[in-house]
Write a protein that binds this ligand. Structure first.
Ligand code: CUA
Length: 260
């Protein structure tokens, strides 16, 4: 078979295109490193909407920043007193989600890079449920949060919320960053995948009928090749592929060992 001939002109076009791409890349690198132009992030870079939080403006005026992510809203549980005005801001950290506040006409889209806003006045004590109304993956149907509206006396008498105990272990951080915790809990709560609490050292049955001990080798193999060894009754769908370096997998294993 004859080789396709590349004309002089085609070669020139290829070289010019490549040079152009390189120059653009150079300009971007220069802008980021020397002029500190921020790269776009998945979540909006408009401060302060980078994490879920509640800001108190006055005893009857609150601002809630909801971050929707697979598959929860942050913050998950908010309490405000009856009679208060609440400014709700919503953004998404991964894919498009939605937010509907049952019992009100509040309905917002959670789009990465965008902040949506609505103001709601809550007159009477009631428990409101927030649901995601945009299909966003396997955990969509259980993506919910609670908004408690309580009378002022109950509100002022309630103990100040205790921040959730978040582990400072590097293994925990890796699990969080790689969204493993969307499917696996660390406190025994059931999820899409098995909870990590007490998992290390257990014996499990695989789909092919053989038994396996959850040890370093198994965890490493499972992270490297998610489709390789499926435990009976746990995964309805496979874990996503990751390419974590060995040291990071070691840190995850260390953390899993600590979850007795
Ligand atoms: Cu988030 Cu559906």
């Amino acid at each position: 078979m004859n080789r396709l001939s590349v004309t002089q002109l085609e070669k020139r076009i290829v070289w010019i295109s490549a040079a152009f791409a390189l120059v653009l890349l150079g300009i971007a690198a220069l802008a980021v490193n020397f002029f500190h132009v921020g790269l776009p992030t998945c979540l909006t870079d408009i401060k302060p909407f980078q994490k879920g939080e509640v800001i108190t403006h006055s005893p009857t005026h609150y601002e809630i920043h909801y971050v929707a992510k697979m598959w929860k809203f942050e913050p998950e549980d908010v309490t405000v007193p009856a009679g208060s005005t609440v400014d709700i801001y919503l953004s998404a950290a991964d894919v498009t989600h939605g937010l509907i506040l049952l019992g009100t006409n509040l309905n917002l889209m959670a789009v990465p890079g965008v902040v949506n806003y609505a103001r709601v006045k809550f007159d009477k004590p009631r428990l409101y449920q927030l649901l995601c109304h945009e299909f966003c993956g396997t955990g969509h149907d259980r993506m919910a949060a609670a908004l408690h509206v309580v009378d002022m006396a109950t509100f002022t008498a309630r103990p100040s919320p205790v921040p959730a105990a978040e582990s400072t272990s590097p293994g925990y951080k890796l699990l969080d960053e790689n969204t493993c915790l969307a499917c696996h809990s660390t406190d025994g709560q059931p999820g899409i995948g098995p909870t990590f609490k007490g998992l290390y050292g257990q014996t499990q049955t695989l789909k092919d009928g053989s038994n396996v001990t959850i040890d370093d080798m198994f965890i490493r193999e499972k992270i490297r090749h998610p489709k390789s060894k499926t435990i009976v009754g746990t995964f309805e769908q496979e874990m996503p592929e990751t390419d974590l370096p060995d040291e990071q997998i070691d840190q995850i294993i260390e953390y899993m060992k600590s979850l007795k």
